[in-house]
Design a protein around this ligand. Structure first.
Ligand SMILES: Cc1cc2nc3c(=O)[nH]c(=O)nc-3n(C[C@H](O)[C@H](O)[C@H](O)COP(=O)(O)OP(=O)(O)OC[C@H]3O[C@@H](n4cnc5c(N)ncnc54)[C@H](O)[C@@H]3O)c2cc1C
Length: 106
């Protein structure tokens, strides 16, 4: 049985961020299963949560099953409230969702 997204019962955070990482894993494993091959992909529980802390400030918490930080941008501390993370949420993530995620490009 394969599942992804909020309907799944594994102990991951129910977020679109998790869905985004799960989708390619499910696709790869489904294709392999249909061809009678071993399942090649696995999901590490990655998710993020966005916390808007002010009108123009935000922090981004990224973690996996171990609950250890799992930063996409290791060169900046996104666990402190930041203006650039607010810009990411306001402009970057909608673009990413509509133009990349829904087309299977991110
Ligand atoms: C207030 C709120 C804020 C959130 N903020 C964030 C955030 O900032 N970042 C983030 O990453 N995630 C956020 N999330 C979580 C995110 O929205 C969900 O994790 C994501 O939408 C789950 O997607 P999904 O496709 O798995 O499920 P859903 O989006 O729930 O899609 C399931 C679909 O199945 C349909 N359906 C149900 N039963 C049937 C049926 N019997 N037959 C046919 N269709 C059916 C439903 O109508 C629905 O359209 C937020 C959630 C909430 C509620």
């Amino acid at each position: 049985m394969f599942a992804l997204g909020d309907v799944g019962s594994a102990p991951y955070s129910h977020t679109v961020a998790a869905n985004r990482k799960q989708a390619p894993v499910v696709v790869a494993n489904l294709l392999a299963a249909m061809n009678g091959e071993p399942l090649p992909a696995s999901y590490d529980g990655y998710a993020w949560w966005i916390f808007t802390t002010a009108r123009n400030r935000m922090l981004l918490a990224e973690f996996d099953y171990s609950l250890k930080p799992h930063p996409t941008f290791p060169f900046i501390n996104t666990q402190r409230e930041r203006y650039d993370m607010w810009l990411l949420k306001r402009y970057g993530l909608p673009y990413m969702y509509w133009n990349l995620m829904l087309r299977g490009r991110a």
